[in-house]
Design a protein around this ligand. Structure first.
Ligand code: PEP
Length: 263
């Protein structure tokens, strides 16, 4: 169902009316995690200045360590809904278990499946039935074939509104958190009709890499990027090292404006 053999034209997926797909470059940005109403609103205002058309923010955080910040849960979703009201940007947020899919879908415009859950088949089937577009991140040890098979689980339940997100894979390299597999963008676009975006924040795990990796993603033909922003990264409860600050925002806006017409 997700193969280009089945559907030769590349698909455009609409999220709260915003298109993601060929001929557009969608910037999704906001805080890694929702912490407070003020922090979320300020991060999303910065995201708008970076050119964002959709906001991201995690209320349920699937952290590697159980001692790390796990998110505000439903209270975080209410904050995201308020920030959507205030800024007009549709909400992309992660869901981590099949039992809460309907509740998260009642607040979200797009459901995110994180790297750690890419092969949680019960969750994939549940979001396939939820009536919301899905952002499917690549698992950090998943091959492209496994990633597309995960998308197939969602599609099989009747939901073809899927956007794929390359977010870096685990390699022998330790200088960056993960290795951005930039070749995944054209490879997947050849194999699948689904849009492909890139996460330059979680792949590099470092603020100084986010702008260069965004430029690389645009040059490779990605249909969008998803970026972490925080008004005060030093106090961030999650992934502060990779969060963009105000001075980076203009560089993202410039990269999008200057490079996307060259695609
Ligand atoms: C995220 O986008 O908040 C996230 C946790 O990313 P990933 O699943 O790619 O690690």
């Amino acid at each position: 169902l997700v193969s280009r053999q089945h559907h030769p034209a590349r698909s455009v997926i609409r999220v709260g009316g915003v298109p993601i797909g060929p001929d557009t470059l969608s910037v999704i940005a906001g805080p890694c995690a929702v912490e407070t109403p003020e922090q979320t609103l300020e991060a999303v205002r910065m995201a708008k200045r970076a050119g964002a058309c959709l906001l991201r923010g995690g209320a349920f955080k699937p952290r590697t360590s159980p001692y790390s910040y796990q998110g505000l849960g439903e209270r975080g979703l209410r904050i995201l809904a308020e920030v959507r009201q205030e800024t007009g940007l549709p909400v992309v947020t992660e869901v981590i278990d099949p039992g809460s899919v309907d509740m998260v879908a009642s607040y979200a415009d797009m459901l995110q499946i994180g790297a750690r859950n890419m092969q949680n088949f019960a969750l994939l089937q549940a979001v396939g039935r939820a009536g919301r577009p899905v952002l499917l991140k690549r698992g950090f040890s998943a091959t492209i074939e496994e990633w597309l098979s995960a998308a197939e689980y969602i599609a099989q339940r009747g939901n073809l509104d899927i956007v794929l997100c390359e977010r870096g894979i685990r390699t022998f390299e330790t200088a960056t958190r993960n290795t951005l597999d930039i070749s995944a963008v054209p490879v997947v676009q050849r194999l699948s009709h689904l849009p492909v975006i890139v996460d330059p924040s979680h792949s590099g795990g470092r603020r100084d890499l986010v702008v260069p990796l965004t430029r690389a993603a645009i040059a490779a033909g990605a249909d969008g990027v998803i970026i972490d922003i925080h008004p005060e990264p030093k106090t961030a409860l999650c992934d502060g090292d990779q969060a963009l600050v105000e001075s980076d925002v203009r560089e993202i806006a410039d990269a999008v404006t200057i490079l996307s017409p060259l695609m």
